[in-house]
Design a protein around this ligand. Structure first.
Ligand code: WT7
Length: 631
């Protein structure tokens, strides 16, 4: 079994060992899994190209480790416990045995539809068990899954399908979210009309009674292809370094990039980090509220928990439907032991009042987790008091799509916790803070750029179709280390507090968004000449989106603002809708023509008394006008 740290002494020793002898440490972790043949080398790496391989030559299938491996001991244990959007509908449970059967049937159906090892399959689905089953079915046959969050627009979906050159889209007819029904298949049709030329089949899960448009050339019903399949499907033998999935994420430049994760290292690390960060034990019921469209859902709803043989709750709905007590009602109903959510959800529920959690019995909870953005002290204390009742350690987990798994976190009940601090590295994680010149900051009580100087098994291997971009984004800022894009502080006792992005990436409700991508979307509006997007502090979202826009002057303000939001929703999706739009006469620029975002950020955040030096601007006179026009 994957090692579970059980005391502070154990943590300190494990961490020390993992740094002194990473090869031996990770090799011993890997040995607890099912492999068809052993690796030739544990680790080969250099961060220049970069080129990283873990357990090279080892043959495995991650689904055998998620499913088959558990059948003997816990075949009848609930693997996935699904809670529907509508609380009056029935809860659905899959035991490990049932889940294996469904995954095999679906895998056989995909094979019959022509999907082979290495093909890309895009998912655009609600949070229903079929999504987890479909993802695992891909992994079973060696197809590469790429889940696109169903809140993205047809254009954003098409961009990802085209980049991945996917052969198949798997979607639903409609999604249920709160009291809304979202016409998912119609969005897929729109994406198919735009481009998606690589797509041969669209598999549609029936999730409502509504009618949909149908194309006999491409569309097939999920049930029609899956129902009659055999429950036996031999797992495709994968090399440890074969691609498991691609997940798109935004960066500071250009279009979203496809972060690539591979089979062996991802498996070892997500299982290890799951067991340790959540201290999952026995028949605990674990619930992560994320969507599988994000890395959190991949690693800590699907792979990590299933690798560890856990019961993982999957929730279709939203925190405020039918009312603001829904999360707590679910915790009570399923006797949830570990609960993992995002600060934005905590803040939104905090705003609804403490009477909501007070209605429910939350005594089953043992620990609470937070992820996606810095958790502010107020939200931390509310979470501690009103959800944990002062008895549940809070783990503030820092990680990224690129890291594959949790990198910095307290271990509940083992290490101490401090509000707003993600605190301590997981074993195997070698952190470093650097100043802007690249000097390593050795001492405590400093702030710097967060880097990682040694490989860990679940790190990204490349960005799909563009290795140079991977090198440039993560391995070129400083030579020989992975740069996270985040700034962090180390306190006097060595705990880490991650402050936030230092690049042009926003974190809006825990969703990562590149300003360049937002500006490209805004610039699609016919009346826009130029734009600049920055983040500003937002009570619920963490960061709000503030757009400065120069127009051609032909439009009425209210109409323009409305139509601009529509354009952004069309280009990216509702999560990218600008909160504030200022029509500006000009943007502050350096003499080389670069927009000075620092100034725009200050104005948007009402920090105009600390604008700093503006004399180097090409056009310092625009600053006063921008301040006067602040919305
Ligand atoms: C960025 C990664 C990891 C899953 C969800 C987001 C920010 C994430 C924390 C935290 C402070 C955090 C960072 C990071 N972030 N967790 N606990 N404290 N910041 O994944 O979309 O890849 O975003 O989210 O800025 O770089 P992602």
């Amino acid at each position: 079994m994957t090692y579970q740290i059980s005391s502070l002494k154990d943590y300190n020793e494990t961490l020390a060992e993992s740094i002194q002898n990473p090869i031996r440490f990770w090799e011993s972790q890997a040995e607890s899994f099912t492999w068809h043949s052993k690796w030739d080398t544990v680790l080969e790496w250099e961060f220049d190209t970069p080129s990283i391989s873990w357990f090279k030559g080892g043959k495995l299938n991650i689904t055998e480790n998620c499913l088959d491996r558990h059948i003997e001991k816990r075949g009848d244990k609930v693997a996935i416990l699904w809670e529907p959007n509508d609380p009056s509908e029935e809860v659905v449970k899959y035991t490990y045995k049932q889940l294996l059967d469904e995954v095999c049937k679906t895998a056989n159906a995909l094979k019959e539809q022509g999907i082979v090892k290495g093909d890309r399959v895009v998912f655009y689905m609600p949070m229903v068990p079929a999504l987890a089953i479909g993802v695992l079915a891909c992994a079973r046959i060696g197809a590469i899954h790429s889940v696109v969050f169903a809140g993205f627009s047809a254009q954003a979906l098409a961009d990802r399908v085209d980049d991945a050159q996917a052969k198949m889209i798997i979607c639903s007819d409609y999604n249920n979210r709160g009291n809304k029904k979202i016409p998912v298949k119609a969005i897929v049709d729109e994406a198919m009309d735009k481009s998606c030329n690589s797509i041969e089949k669209v598999v549609v899960l029936k999730n409502s009674d509504e009618d949909i448009n149908w194309s006999d050339d491409t569309d097939v019903w999920w049930h029609a292809i899956v129902e009659e399949q055999s429950t036996e499907c031999a797992a495709e033998l994968m090399d440890a370094e074969d691609v498991l999935f691609i997940l798109y994420t935004s960066g500071s430049t250009g279009k979203p990039k496809g972060v690539v994760h591979t089979c062996g290292g991802y498996m070892v690390y997500t299982c290890f980090s799951f067991k340790n960060a959540f201290q999952y034990k026995g028949d605990d019921v674990y619930w992560c509220t994320a969507d599988i469209g994000w890395i959190t859902g991949h690693s800590y709803i699907v792979y990590g928990p299933l690798l560890a043989g856990a019961t993982t709750v999957m929730f279709e709905g939203v925190p405020t439907f039918p009312d603001a007590g829904r999360f707590w009602e679910i915790c009570e109903k399923h006797r949830v032991n570990q609960f993992y959510t995002a600060p934005t959800a905590i803040r939104a529920l905090m705003a609804k009042g403490e009477e909501w959690p007070a209605k429910y019995d939350l005594s089953s909870l043992k620990m609470l987790g937070s992820v996606g953005e810095p958790i502010n002290a107020e939200a931390w204390h509310w979470y501690d008091k009103h959800i944990g009742k002062g008895n549940c350690p809070i783990i503030d987990t820092w990680w990224q799509t690129e890291t594959g798994g949790i990198m910095i976190t307290p271990l509940p009940g083992i290490t101490d916790t401090k509000p707003t601090y993600a605190s301590y590295p997981m074993p195997g994680v070698q952190l470093e803070l650097r100043d802007a010149e690249g000097n390593v900051l050795e001492q405590n009580g400093v702030e710097g750029l967060l880097c990682i100087k040694f490989p860990w098994p679940s790190m990204l291997r490349t960005t799909w179709g563009d290795h140079a971009r991977c090198k440039k984004t993560y391995f070129s800022t400083f030579e020989g280390v992975y740069f996270t894009g985040d700034g962090a502080r180390r306190d006097e006792e060595g705990r880490i507090r991650v402050i936030g992005r230092v690049d042009d990436v926003l974190n809006v409700s825990g969703h990562r968004m590149g300003t360049a991508e937002l500006e490209n979307a805004i610039n699609e509006h016919p009346n826009v000449i130029e734009s600049a997007v920055v983040g500003y502090p937002h009570d619920i979202k963490g960061q709000g989106i503030y757009a400065y826009v120069i127009t051609d002057g032909t439009v009425d303000r209210d109409e323009f603002v409305k139509s601009l939001r529509t354009v952004v929703v069309r280009e990216i999706g509702p999560i990218a809708k600008p909160d504030k739009i200022q029509i500006a006469g000009g943007l502050p620029k350096t003499r080389s023509g670069k927009i000075m975002r620092r100034i725009l950020r200050k104005i948007a955040s009402d920090e105009t008394d600390s604008l700093g030096d503006i004399s180097t601007l090409l056009n310092p006179d625009v600053v006063d006008a921008l301040i006067a026009g602040k919305v």
